[in-house]
Structures are given as structure tokens and as C-alpha cells.
Design a protein around this ligand. Sequence first.
Ligand SMILES: Cc1cc2nc3c(=O)[nH]c(=O)nc-3n(C[C@H](O)[C@H](O)[C@H](O)COP(=O)(O)O)c2cc1C
Length: 336
Amino acid sequence: MKNRKKEHLEIIISKDVSHSYNYWDEFFFVHNALPEIDMDEIDTSIEIFGKKLAMPIIIAGMTGGFKEAGIINENLAKIAEKYKIGMGIGSQRAGLEDRSVEESYSIIKKYDIPLKIANIGAPQLLEWKDAIEKAEEAIKMIDADVLAIHLNFLQEVIQPEGERNAKGCIEKIKELSECLTTPIIVKETGAGISKEVAERLLDTDIVGIDVGGAGGTSFAAVEAYRAKKLGDKVQEELGKIFWDWGIPTPYCIIELAELCQENGLILIATGGIRHGLDVAKAIALGADCAGVASAFLTCESIDEKMKVFEKSLKATMFLTGSKNLEELREVELWTF
Ligand SMILES: Cc1cc2nc3c(=O)[nH]c(=O)nc-3n(C[C@H](O)[C@H](O)[C@H](O)COP(=O)(O)O)c2cc1C
């Protein structure tokens, strides 16, 4: 499993595994030629899960479980501390099953990150007999403020050795969300969450949804490359067929915004976010915050990339006359 996680990372860094189309490009802000605000006075801060972030950005959970992953997590943690944004880590299954790799996740505890998100997979919840204890250990491993349970059945269906029994997930999520004192969110990993699924999740005690929608990293694509390497032609072909499967992230946000607001759930837009203009679109469509994964992994300098995020978010707010995120939320977006 350690090798599999390493392979995913190598494929994502070396190959183009993006969806063929980025749906954030379908939305346009109405330019405000008379913004009547001072750009230096723009406030991009937000409070979510009781924590204050300087920008509505979370580094989405990606890695952990081997030495190089620890280095990546430490580099990301430094950025999360410096820019005062949230940070998730990759699935902690490896760290829970093999204590020798725990450090590759727990390294982030050394940094003053305003919001830390632990991560376990729904398929593991079904597999583990002691799921509650494991979830508690995952939280403790990074002193997490929130635990994300990820849903990745698209990946499981393409992965040659994938777990394809999804029976009982909602019950497990419900049980965990009722038992744990740490708040829980549910997160997709690139195929999106529909309104119908979100409505079913209302029956649990979760506090937020990360829609993890389509348009960015495609795990069907990642698994197609892995299947090719393993010589599994059928799974490779399947990965290509489902390369673009999923609900586009902005459309997930449009679908879920009202439901989440009415039910007090935090809504996170992850999937295909490339810069601060995409972050601003997510907020204007109704998300509380945006999640970013591959853009931070495939860039030359994470620090420079963060500066671009910060400046492009502020530029969008300036050019739409939004002094803060509440005002940005009210700005009109066009689509053709
Ligand atoms: C290398 C890599 C590993 C990932 N591993 C996980 C994981 O273990 N758990 C999880 O919830 N999401 C995982 N994801 C999914 C991301 O959190 C995110 O939902 C997805 O990549 C879409 O965002 P993006 O388009 O900005 O990459 C991973 C993403 C990448 C790029």
C-alpha cells in the first residue's frame, strides 16, 4: 500500500492526469470599473470550524506514509503556517497500520497551522473492526481540528486491487460522527458530491462537506497509468473511459450552497482550483472555502504559487469592489 501511494504521487507529478476540461472557466465575474475601495484594505480572512484563516484556502489532503511524503507534508506545513491557511494530509491508513511511517504525517504538528484536517477513507471504515479507535488515533497523530472521511469509489473501481464494496458507508459515517468529539467532514476526491448524497448526509452529525468535484486531478486517469504499468489492459481501458467522470466542482457548489447554509454545514470547493480567481468564483457561488491539491504539488515553488493565489484573490476582490468575503459572496457571476 505504501508503494501504491508512492506510485500515485509519482504519476501525478510526472504525467498529465487532469480532467480534459476545467469547469471554473465557464464562470465570469462582472467587472466593476468603479470599485471605490482601496486594495490595501481588502480583508480575505474567514472563520471556519471555529478557526481563523487569513484566506479561504485549505491545502487539500494528499500524502503521507513514506519518507518523501513526509518531506512534502513538511514543506506544505511551512506554507500553511506562513500564509495562515488550513491544511489536510493524505489518507492515514498507512500510518495507522504501520507506526514506523507515522512521522510522515505527524511532522505537521511542529508548525503553527490554524486548521489541521486528518484523513481516513470510507472503505477503511468498513474494513476496520475498531474504526472509532482508529479514527481517534488519526486525529491524535496530527492534533487535528477536523477529521475528513474521504469517498473515492471512482478510484476503487479503476484500481486493479480496489475495494468495491460500498455497503454500509453511511451508517459508519453516522456512527463516527455521533461518537467522536472532533468534528467530521465528508470529502470526495475528484468525482463530486450531488445534492441527493448531501441530503442523505444530513442524517449524520457531520459539520461540513468538501465536494471534491471534477475538473482537476482525475483519479481514474491516475489508476489508468498504474494499470498500464501493471500490464492490466482492461483496467487501463476502464480508467480512460472514466477519465472525465464526475460532477464538476462549481456545479456541486451551486447545488449544495443553500442546503449547506440552511443546515449549518461548511461547504468546501476542492477540484480544479488553480489560482485565486478560481477561489473567488467558488466563494461567489456559495462555498465557504476552497481546497487546493495538485496546483501545490506540480509547481516549481509553493511559496511563489501561494503568492499568486493571494494576489489573484485580492485582485478579483478589488475588481469586483469586494472589501471582504461577505461582499464577494454577493457578487454576480455570469455563465454562457
Ligand atoms: C497526490 C495526491 C494524493 C491524494 N490523496 C488523497 C488522500 O489520501 N485522501 C483524500 O481525501 N484525497 C486525496 N487526494 C485528493 C485531493 O485532496 C483533491 O480532492 C483532488 O486532488 C482534487 O483537487 P485538485 O484538482 O486541486 O488536485 C489526493 C490528491 C493528490 C494530487
